[in-house]
Design a protein. Sequence first.
Length: 212
Amino acid sequence: MSAPHMTYFPLAGRAELIRLIAAAGDVEVTESTEMQAGESKDAYLTPSGTPILRHGELRMSQSLAIENYIAAISPKFGGLTPQQRAIDQMYGGIKEEILFNCAKAIFTTRKADPEQASKDVTALLDKWFAILEAKVPEDGFIQGLGFPTPADLALVNITRAYMPFGAAVKHAGYDIAKFPKVMALCDRAAKSDGVAAYLEKSPYTTANPMNM
């Protein structure tokens, strides 16, 4: 079977955690910005949204589902227990909530009321980073393993990807460095096998095609 192939925009957005999981999990995922000729989004059970993924006969959409699929086929993550996979998926859900609200602030609220957008981002990140700071370990990784899993990578996604997280942080003037445990965990994960190489060469993580 050929490698999984993802279709998404050339930026971080809702595809970045998929890319990070693939990099950390030693799964090759090819990528393009357009679907292959002759296909429709109906086959992926999505009216308009991306990312979408094809792998052999499989066609699927929804970022959380694709993240979980790539983790499931990864040899690196093959030994994770159902409980560990559930924790990974929980952190993926947290990432989605933060992503949605950051995108709403910079693409919708900011157009009408920039000050309110900044307040919304500050309240959102204060709430979630306080919870994460209290929960993440002083050393090692969230699952207590010798390598990061999607839970850790979700936090790398939030703290390293520009769109929409970095853009929201920039426009709100927010300082995520005030959460040192979270930042230290992300630094450890960012230096791990596969992830360091991906972040070094990725054209997506810091991409800002909308000049936000």
